[in-house]
Design a protein around this ligand. Structure first.
Ligand SMILES: Nc1ncnc2c1ncn2[C@@H]1O[C@H](COP(=O)(O)OP(=O)(O)O)[C@@H](O)[C@H]1O
Ligand SMILES: [Mg+2]
Length: 362
């Protein structure tokens, strides 16, 4: 019987806490866990009550000390970026809080805040506002600059006809560099002109196959691309053209990060735990997961927290617009994107909704 059942409101408050929380007995056995914690661990409260918390949760932090300190001082402790796993679930980075409970001085409350979700929420907000102001201006400029650039390219090409050798190299340089600027401007325009998604029921594996094939004959010709698909995935509810662009941008980055003979893995799977809350309060499940994983050197640490912002690039010839566009498209679909990166393994994960039951796949 849970100690929280002593008051009715206490029990319902506990049950509706939207974060994984654990109530621990004086001997560090589990007294109760919230339904969010059941979801997080994929284990039921019944199977956990009475068991030592350290048998059921693997937490990469000195929690025994933390519990002792909290019980002694009746205080609260925060530990950030802790790997928390449980059952056969792989560890997830969390911010952890340990707190005392006023009328039960020997018990301890353990709260987990999965980082990925916290980070993604911040990201969606900041991208929207930063992108809007930077892009409005850039889009206007892009449009204005493209015409004179066409003139410059044309003039350089005319000039080059009467030149030879070294001189022609210079006009070639003018032509290739102006082309590069035009490409950048087109990306800026594409970003600004993004239309609202026209959603249909789409087989995500068809999109991924198209992206993979065009990657392999182009920018990813030097890489190996491995598919790890869950063939039983239901259709997703997206704008196919826009999602194709998302996958191409992610594959392109992975290919640019990878060395000759590197490997990109495309993984799809079903995972129910993620929901997104809309501003109007309605919730939506995002159970379809797509991961693009590369074995390159990982995100440059100086820009790792800003890669989804426009014009942030770690590459000499980069525009910094690839991931900004990805992030914008995903956010217009009410989806999530997150990234985890260490040298040798970078994972971009996209979470998407399932198509309504009444919709047929094309
Ligand atoms: N898979 C990856 N591995 C390592 N770094 C990456 C990866 N994907 C993105 N990045 C980093 O994020 C930056 C921003 O990416 P992006 O927005 O696509 O712009 P761009 O590719 O034009 O530089 C890249 O320049 C790179 O430094
Ligand atoms: Mg890119």
């Amino acid at each position: 019987m849970s100690p929280m059942q002593s008051t009715d409101w206490g029990q319902s408050l506990w049950a509706s806490l939207p974060i994984p929380a654990f109530l621990l007995n004086p001997d560090d056995t589990i007294a109760d866990i919230t339904p969010s914690a059941e979801l997080f661990l994929n284990m039921s409260a019944r199977s956990l009550r009475g068991h030592p918390v350290f048998d059921k949760l693997s937490i990469d932090a000195p929690l025994e000390d933390a519990f002792a300190k909290v019980r002694r001082d009746q205080s609260r402790l925060f530990i950030n970026n802790v790997d928390v796993g449980g059952g056969n679930k792989p560890p997830v980075q969390c911010n952890v809080q340990v707190g005392a409970i006023s009328d039960r001085p020997d018990m301890v409350l353990l709260l987990l805040e999965p980082r990925q979700i916290a980070d993604r929420m911040d990201r969606a907000q900041s991208v929207k506002s930063a992108a809007k102001s930077a892009i409005g201006m850039a889009e206007m400029l892009a449009h204005e600059i493209k015409n004179p650039l066409a003139g410059i390219t044309g003039a350089a090409q005319l000039l080059s006809m009467n030149l030879s050798g070294d001189d022609q190299e210079m006009t070639d340089l003018i032509v290739s560099e102006t082309r590069r600027i035009v490409k950048l401007l087109e990306q800026v325009e594409q970003f600004g002109n993004l239309r609202p998604p026209q959603r249909r029921a789409v087989n995500i594996h068809d999109l991924l196959d198209r992206a993979r094939k065009s990657a392999l004959v182009g920018f990813a010709a030097h890489m190996r691309i491995i598919e790890e698909y869950d063939p039983s995935l239901p259709s997703t509810w997206v704008d196919g053209d826009q999602l194709l662009q998302v996958f191409l941008n992610l594959l392109k980055n992975a290919a640019e990060a990878g060395s000759e003979g590197g490997t990109i893995r495309i993984r799809t799977f079903y995972e129910l735990s993620l929901r997104v809350r809309r501003p109007d309060g309605s919730g939506r499940a995002l159970p379809l997961q797509v991961e693009i994983i590369d074995d390159g050197p990982g995100l440059p640490s100086e820009i790792a927290s800003d890669i989804f912002d426009p014009f942030v690039s770690g590459r000499e010839n980069g525009t910094g617009l690839g991931l900004a566009l990805v992030s914008k498209i995903i956010s217009e679909h009410d989806g999530w994107i997150g990234v985890e990166s260490v040298p040798g393994r970078t994972v971009f994960r996209i979470s998407l909704p399932v198509a309504p039951k009444t919709e047929e796949t094309d």
